[in-house]
Design a protein around this ligand. Structure first.
Ligand SMILES: Nc1nc2c(c(=O)[nH]1)N[C@H]1C(S)=C(S)[C@@H](COP(=O)(O)O)O[C@H]1N2
Ligand SMILES: [Mo]
Length: 413
């Protein structure tokens, strides 16, 4: 996280150029020139649960191809505005949302909600939410990413290309504690986890993963889960594709083999190479600034910044190319690199005002590097053309094209 001194000197020189020109005409806001009072239509509400500035407009949008709400009033895929993100935590109110077709957001009374653990266990158990909260908890940042987080040439903004991922600080009880209470029988190879709403959001997870680092979470970013994130409890399966993170968790059955649930269908495929990439999200990164539909006002110093994550480990490093992938330079990690969480990177860069293509690629602590589309196509034995669609979760390197006028466009287009 240390800014290297050469970069620092450059920064000081450039910042003088950026700030110096403007300072002459500006007075600090003082007693003789105070800003207007915040508009407070409901003072009670503002006191009890805060609200953001009316000047901050960052908001979620629904996926173009699957409008929400649909004709039945259901939400499907809603994209997080990662072009506006700072740091690594997604505000809960801006977390992406992905629900299975026909699913809805249930309004669950936590006092009524129960979690049942049964199947191949010594003692089938039923827990209330309050009982779950009596077990030892852990708090850790973890990313979620939907399998549908796939950049297309038609996408314009980074919200459209990469907005189906978010990172929260989750609090919950390790699933292994609850499974040990029930007593896992030998031969139990998978769990089938199920949600409480109509489509149930069921999915199969290998027992090794269930006993390793899964959480039954009730906290998100310092408060209770949001209904759209699974209130009152959800399963967190660190690094695994979003679908496995069952919301409104109400039942876990221990079974002898991988059950193909309604939701697993189409996600888990027989090709082991693809299955590996959906169970565990590969190392992936994207530049959030400058990104699609933003505009650089002119040549000069900028911070290229973005997010990197991996479903297997922490991020070891991020490299930036500003020449379309011909050469790569190390970016700086500006946050601690937590395992299976978003990591914020930045790269101080002086733009010369010429058209260029910028991209990022990351490497995780296992040494796995994010592939380019060409590398992914080669791996799957497919030609590298516009038709190539990386199977499983697409973690390929993504380009932004900066035009001479400073406008930024999807580099796939
Ligand atoms: N019960 C239930 N759990 C669910 C889903 C659902 O529709 N119902 N959607 C899954 C999918 S496809 C994803 S990507 C993640 C999304 O979690 P989020 O909506 O909190 O971002 O939840 C998963 N868990
Ligand atoms: Mo998803």
């Amino acid at each position: 996280m240390k800014i290297k001194s050469s970069g620092r000197r450059k920064f000081l020189k450039n910042s003088a150029a950026i700030i110096g020109a403007a300072a002459a005409g500006i007075r600090p806001a003082g007693a003789e020139n105070p800003p207007p009072e915040m508009d407070m239509p409901d003072l009670e509400a503002l006191i009890s649960y805060g609200q953001r500035s009316s000047f901050v407009k960052s908001h979620r949008v629904s996926v173009m191809e699957r409008m929400s709400p649909d004709e039945f009033g259901m939400t499907f895929h809603v994209l997080s505005p990662i072009q506006d993100s700072v740091g690594i935590i997604t505000p809960s109110s801006l977390h992406y949302i992905s629900t299975h077709r026909g699913s809805y957001v249930p309004n669950i009374d936590p006092q009524e909600h129960r979690l049942m653990i049964h199947g191949m266990v010594d003692r089938p158990l039923i827990f209330s939410v309050d009982e779950i909260k009596r077990f030892p908890f852990v708090t850790r940042p973890l990313f979620l990413e939907c399998l549908g987080n796939r950049a297309k040439a038609s996408h314009k903004t980074v919200q459209e290309t990469h907005g189906l991922t978010s990172c929260s600080e989750w609090t919950g009880v390790p699933l292994s504690i609850l499974l040990n209470e029930a007593g896992v029988q030998s031969g139990a190879a998978f769990i089938v986890a199920e949600g409480a709403e109509s489509v149930k959001g069921a999915t199969s997870i290998p027992i090794g993963k269930a006993m390793d680092d899964c959480l039954v979470a009730y906290g998100q970013n310092g408060e209770a889960l949001r209904p759209q994130q699974g209130f009152p409890i959800r399963l967190l399966v660190p690094g695994f594709e979003g679908m496995h993170n069952v919301k409104y968790l109400r039942r876990i059955k221990l079974v002898e083999k991988d059950y193909m649930t309604y939701n697993d269908y189409g996600h888990i495929v027989p090709d082991a190479r693809v299955a590996a990439l959906t169970r565990q999200i590969g190392p992936k990164s994207v530049i959030t600034f400058p990104s699609g539909e933003q505009k650089l006002p002119g040549p000069g110093l900028y911070e290229i910044t973005g997010l990197a994550w991996s479903g297997s480990a922490a991020i070891r490093n991020v490299e930036i190319s500003t020449d379309g992938g011909q050469s790569w330079k190390l970016a700086e990690l500006r946050t601690p690199s937590y395992s299976m969480a978003h990591t914020r990177f930045a790269f101080p860069w002086t733009w010369d005002g010429k058209e260029c293509v910028i991209m990022s690629r990351c490497t995780d602590e296992l040494g796995t590097r994010q592939p380019t589309r060409a590398e992914s196509a080669k791996f799957f034995g497919k030609p590298d053309n516009a038709d190539f669609r990386a199977p499983g979760a697409d973690n390929t390197v993504f380009p932004w094209r900066i035009a001479a006028d400073g406008s930024v466009q999807n580099g796939m287009a």
